[in-house]
Design a protein. Structure first.
Length: 447
């Protein structure tokens, strides 16, 4: 087997009562010729497994051994392992011998090559496998089929143990399942975010119940519920607070076109887009000399990279205009900075505007789009993470304090004022309507 050189691999091994196999499994993992750490999470084993691992951890520095305070299940152990992982790539490995660690190189290769964010190892795609229990196979096939229906993926083996991730991907997704429901939950959540998922054929050496197999029909029903829960219903806590707002506005094509028509005359050829979200406005910018679409939230950065990876002139980066780290992109020499639905979320909006001013070339413009009407601030604003709404004079003053000359400022959708007030103040709604009263402002940096 050829040596595969990659960044550090974190192998997560959930372990519960696997004394018969865990030492041999860890030996095989250790022998795989990749740089790795082995994160073993013992789920309060009662058969001496923890002592076996503890002894090996003294001998082998690659092993990091953690013990759960109480027995919680495989899913909880995986969640703990994900939180503890330090590697650039994270791989889940059962503590039995059903899966072969020698297949790590081909599992991680799509991520190393930059083609995938997530890789599933498929037990049913062309590799030798031990012929096992018919009803287990039917159960796997049915759960995979149902999962695919809710996620619109075409996986052949959703329930596989071998799932591999870029670390920032899996650590950015809050997971909740404690038992075997972790498999469909992970699948639903990576699918919802639009990550690039690859499937790689793997061999499989399944075991019987007398050998220690733990999954049963009750776990099948739990997996069924998890598929329906996370595949059909959105877990709001798994995404940034702005997710509902970004998703809804990305679908409002006429509204986005209207906004673009208002700002297009002020947009130059080298654009820094702050808070690009799902890329609804990025698509209008396409064709310019350089577009740097940015966000500070990992889910949005990943979505942007996947959406625009092969579009010439569009680059994606993580930029937080509230941090001086934003100056790392100053070498692009921007003539335009767009802040559409951004400043209202900033703890220090004036500081953000000052950094935008510094990032611009002389004569460059900042384009600001914010919610208007301080008196309208209410439940809907708090629900999507707004820190404030703006008065026209206030925004002018802040632009000037940041060093800009105000070229244009005006209201958008004045008729929405009463509807917003009724929903936010009287009915205390938290859901975002299709649009609201806003201000568009254009600031220019002196030449």
């Amino acid at each position: 087997m050829n040596d595969v050189r990659i960044p550090l691999l974190s192998v997560i091994v959930p372990c519960y009562n696997e004394r018969a196999t865990v030492a041999e499994l860890l030996r095989r993992v250790r022998e795989v010729p990749v740089d790795k750490e082995i994160v073993v999470i013992d789920d309060q084993s009662t058969d001496g497994s923890r002592d076996v691992v503890a002894a090996l951890a003294i001998e082998w520095p690659e092993i990091r051994h953690f013990i759960q305070l109480v027995n919680m299940g495989k899913g909880a152990a995986i969640r703990r392992g994900i939180a503890e992982a330090r590697g650039d790539v994270v791989l889940i490995q059962d503590a039995d011998l059903e899966y072969d660690p020698e297949e790590y190189p081909k599992l991680i290769q799509p991520i190393v090559d930059g083609h995938a964010d997530v890789v599933f190892g498929s037990r049913f795609e062309g590799y030798p496998r031990r012929v096992m229990l018919f009803w287990h196979r039917m159960g796997n096939t049915f759960l995979t089929f149902l999962s695919n229906m809710t996620t619109n993926l075409d996986l052949t083996d959703m329930e596989t143990c071998y799932k591999v991730f870029r670390r920032e991907v899996i650590q950015s997704i809050p997971l909740r399942s404690n038992r075997f429901g972790i498999e469909p939950e992970i699948t639903a959540k990576v699918a919802r975010r639009g990550y690039r998922i690859f499937e790689v054929p793997i061999s499989y050496y399944g075991r019987d119940y007398w050998e220690g197999k733990k999954i049963n029909w009750k776990d099948g029903f739990s997996a069924l519920w998890t598929i329906l829960r996370y595949g059909l219903l959105h877990d709001r806590d798994s995404e940034p607070r702005t997710f509902t707002q970004v998703r809804r506005r990305s679908r409002l094509q006429r509204y986005n076109r209207w906004v673009w028509d208002r700002i297009a005359p002020y947009v130059g050829q080298r654009v820094l887009e702050i808070g690009a979200g799902s890329g609804a406005m990025t698509r209008f910018l396409y064709g310019r000399e350089l577009i740097l679409a940015t966000d500070r939230e990992t889910p949005y950065v990943d979505r942007l990279r996947n959406a625009f990876r092969r579009r010439p002139g569009i680059f994606v980066d993580r930029v937080d205009l509230e941090s001086d780290s934003a100056f790392s992109v100053a070498h692009h020499r921007f003539d335009t900075v767009t802040c559409i639905n951004v400043l209202e979320h900033a703890a220090d909006d004036l500081g953000a505007l000052r950094r935008a001013h510094q990032l611009l070339e002389p004569g460059g413009r900042v384009i600001v789009f914010v919610p208007a009407g301080r008196a309208l601030f209410g439940s809907m604003d708090r629900g999507i993470g707004h820190a404030r709404r703006y008065e026209k004079e206030e925004l002018v003053e802040k632009l000037q304090q940041a060093g800009f000359e105000v070229e244009y400022i005006g209201f958008q959708n004045r008729t929405a004022r009463m509807a917003w007030w009724l929903n936010a103040k009287l009915f205390a709604r938290r859901a975002l309507p299709s649009s609201g009263l806003s201000i568009i402002a254009i600031g220019r940096k002196k030449a």
